[in-house]
Write a protein that binds this ligand. Structure first.
Ligand SMILES: [Ca+2]
Ligand SMILES: [Ca+2]
Ligand SMILES: [Ca+2]
Ligand SMILES: [Ca+2]
Length: 330
């Protein structure tokens, strides 16, 4: 069991690393483009400045702003500053005198076409300015709404919530597919089915799906079941993966054992859907490949890895092993 958890932990690291590497390599993003692709870091058209001690207090100004200090006024002209006001409401008669002086902190507004970092940098160089800063945009930290999240101790232990504020599977630039080469996956499970990979190469009727919800049950799209290997990958009607154990197109675990389903759920149970559990990668696509059914017999692990690699997997979960030892003499 300990080995099992170690394997899962290694897998999770690979998943997160893969996602982060994929994003970085794909787009060679700069800091500013990351801001645009996710959430902005700073408010536009406004910065905070703090005047140095001894400079005359300023009233709120709209329109042509003047500091009555030539070096600051030239900057205000340059960036078309059209509002100046106190940044904070503060109490001049505050009871504690060890609190910082907020009275010299102002916000200034200007057209959004001027980058806030540039404006702040120029104001901060002025000898009358203690500091000048863009105003950060803050967000509530990410936490999924799945009801069993509070019972999932492994996610806080690996600080998954902190990682999710940087990246989750569902906000990747491209779909990431994780193959679960295992005992089969209960793919029509309510907390997995939305994340099951669908092979568009076998979407014979062209409706953009190979799974359908009919009569309350998730089944293979009946209009795709033509008995033909449409994508020519060597597997007939492999709509969502393959069972090497049963030589068929249904990789569901039939004869017992939830090992593969467990691995699939840890990696990518549908997350933030108000159902069941949360997963480390939220919403990666799961490609189920059945290598055994826990009943013993031949284990088709290598065949499963080859199928997964050749059919779109970015990451492959292999929570299995063996006892073979090859000596250097053999
Ligand atoms: Ca279809
Ligand atoms: Ca096929
Ligand atoms: Ca077909
Ligand atoms: Ca869920």
């Amino acid at each position: 069991m300990k080995k099992f958890y170690l394997l899962i932990a290694a897998l999770l690291v690979v998943v997160m690393t893969s996602m982060m590497l994929t994003e970085k390599n794909d787009s060679q993003q700069t800091k500013s483009s990351i801001m645009e692709n996710s959430q902005p870091m700073f408010l536009k058209g406004v910065i905070t400045i703090k005047l140095k001690e001894g400079i005359k207090d300023l009233m709120k100004q709209k329109g042509n702003v003047s500091f009555n200090i030539s070096s600051l006024d030239s900057k205000a002209d340059k960036f078309e500053v059209d509002l100046l006001e106190k940044r904070f409401k503060y109490n001049p008669k505050k009871l504690r005198d060890d609190l910082p002086d907020l009275s010299r902190i102002y916000r200034i507004e200007f057209p959004e076409s001027y980058p806030v970092t540039k404006v702040a940098r120029e104001f901060s160089k002025d000898p009358n300015i203690e500091y000048a800063e863009p105003i950060p945009v803050n967000y509530l930290l990410e936490e999924p709404n799945d009801p069993m999240y509070g019972n999932m101790h492994h996610l806080p232990q690996i600080k998954a919530d902190s990682a999710w504020d940087i990246h989750k599977g569902e906000n990747g630039t491209e779909e990431v597919v994780i193959a679960i080469v295992d005992s089969g996956v209960d793919w029509d499970h309510e907390d997995l089915v939305d994340n099951i990979w669908q092979n568009m190469g076998e979407d014979y009727d062209g409706d953009g799906k190979t799974l359908e919800l009919i009569g309350g049950d998730w089944i293979f799209d009946p209009d795709d079941e033509n008995g033909v290997d449409d994508d020519g990958n060597g597997y007939i009607d492999d709509f969502i993966g393959w069972s090497f154990y049963f030589s068929g197109n249904d990789p569901n675990s039939i004869t017992g054992g939830s090992h593969g389903t467990h691995c699939a759920g840890l990696a990518s149970a549908t997350t933030n859907n108000q159902i069941g559990v949360a997963s480390i990668s939220w919403n990666l696509k799961i490609l189920p490949v059945q290598a055994s059914d826990l009943g013993g017999g031949i284990f088709y692990g290598i065949d499963g890895i080859i199928y997964a690699a050749e059919n779109g997997a970015d990451v492959i979960s292999n929570s299995w092993g063996g006892r073979f030892l090859f000596s250097s003499q053999s």
